[in-house]
Design a binder for this molecule. Structure first.
Ligand code: B12
Ligand code: SF4
Ligand code: SF4
Length: 331
């Protein structure tokens, strides 16, 4: 990892950063790919990707007019992933428990604020805009421009040394720095088709390296808040009830980084109960428990975690879908 005067490697590692990059380019290189994805209606139920915010993704200066540069950070959750693979736990996506069980939008925003404060000690006039997932920014494209990886056929941004189990968070800044422009990475997928073959719902469109959102189990289990049928092929899954890591778990570029990682699940005190929910209780018990809570009751329990998102109806849908296939599949 590179270091910049106030941003020592030690400091960044303590925040879970495995690499970072720098870019002064405000315009994404793949906007056209995104636009044609929307034209083909591949956003499905994710309508927020196709509304008036769509045009804001064309240029970082539309959301942050003072933009001069971006620092892009990769926050790893490899240790949680390794723990899950060692224990054959596939119920929930690794990112969801990878930051203490807390919603990464809050945790990583505050880590990005800490990084910014360090930079500001050196550059007092520095101002920022924090981009982490929810803002109209093509996060992967920005990380690509910062030289942090390439787009896999599974559409993940993959880093040659760190694989793809990380969250991308960026600081858009009002000053530029004397940092050489990044070298863009090239494709390293080659002839591999492991993710395409492993995706149970055939959600991957390899030619454009994008996902057909409505077929993806991450959409079904995280973003669909009402009773609907699981996408075709769900029965071939590993029993995912929140997010899906299948197309990353089979990727050869994730093998090496996992070898150097020690597997661990570290939940903050108030979210220790998630361990019971997902790994101690049966799915029938979890279904019964959630079923007996009110909408508000469930929200109270899950507030501050990523699991708050689907709501009670969404959770009942996920668990019922799983239970219809679990006997057959021996989960
Ligand atoms: C909507 C969304 C989803 C949707 C749709 C996913 C999708 N692939 O489009 C759903 C709910 C399915 C989803 C699932 C997941 N997501 Co999500 N999601 C997003 C979000 C909010 C927007 C993505 C988007 O704009 N999609 C539209 C498509 C068209 O754009 P894109 O995904 O960026 O894809 C680009 C590339 O394909 C590129 N491209 C393709 N070929 C080439 C070639 C070249 C040369 C270039 C330059 C570009 C290029 O063009 C596209 C347009 O820019 C981003 C955060 C953000 N603000 O960007 C997170 C984000 C993509 N998600 C993330 C994660 C972690 C996940 C999951 C792993 C969670 C899980 N375990 O369940 C899965 C992974 C599924 C998958 N294989 O993609 C991370 C990915 C980190 C990484 N290493 O890439 C992001 C970046 C959040 C973050 N800030 O870290 N997600
Ligand atoms: S996250 Fe799962 S369902 Fe979505 S594309 Fe990857 S393997 Fe397919
Ligand atoms: S599994 Fe193979 S094709 Fe898919 S992203 Fe990884 S290297 Fe690329």
């Amino acid at each position: 990892m590179k270091s910049l005067h106030h941003l020592s490697q030690e400091f960044l590692s303590s925040l879970g950063v495995v690499d970072w990059g720098y870019s002064e380019e405000p315009v994404p290189m793949s906007y056209e790919n995104y636009r044609s994805w929307i034209e083909r209606d591949h956003q499905g139920t994710l309508q927020y990707l196709a509304d008036e915010r769509m045009k804001l993704r064309q240029d970082l200066r539309l959301i942050y007019p003072s933009f001069k540069s971006a620092f892009v950070f990769l926050f790893s959750y490899q240790d949680t992933k390794k723990w899950m693979l060692e224990n054959q736990h596939h119920d929930v996506a690794a990112y969801s428990l990878g930051f203490g069980g807390e919603d990464y939008h809050y945790v990583l925003r505050s880590r990005l604020e800490m990084i910014f404060n360090k930079l500001q000690e050196e550059f007092p006039l520095l101002e920022k805009f924090v981009a982490i997932d929810a803002q109209p920014v093509l996060d992967r494209d920005l990380a690509y421009r910062a030289g942090l990886g390439w787009f896999g056929k599974n559409s993940m941004l993959i880093h040659q040394k760190e694989g793809s189990y990380f969250i991308i968070g960026s600081l858009l800044l009002n000053q530029s720095f004397e940092i050489p422009q990044a070298q863009l990475d090239v494709d390293h997928c080659g002839n591999c088709i492991a993710c395409i073959e492993a995706c149970p719902t055939q959600a991957i469109e390899p030619e454009s390296r994008t996902i057909i959102a409505n077929k993806c189990l991450a959409t079904f289990t995280i973003e669909v808040f009402k009773e609907v049928q699981a996408p075709l092929g769900f029965e071939k899954s590993r029993g995912e009830i929140f997010g899906c890591d299948i197309c990353q778990d089979v990727c050869p570029w994730n093998r090496k980084p996992l070898l150097k990682t020690i597997g661990q699940l570290q939940l903050v005190e108030k979210f220790q109960f998630l361990k019971n929910w997902f790994y101690e209780w049966s799915k029938e018990d979890l279904l019964r428990y959630i079923g007996e809570l009110s909408n508000r009751g469930l929200k109270r329990e899950l507030q501050g975690t990523p699991f708050d998102r689907p709501g009670r109806i969404g959770w009942l849908k996920n668990l019922k879908a799983l239970l219809t296939i679990s006997k057959k599949n021996n989960f």
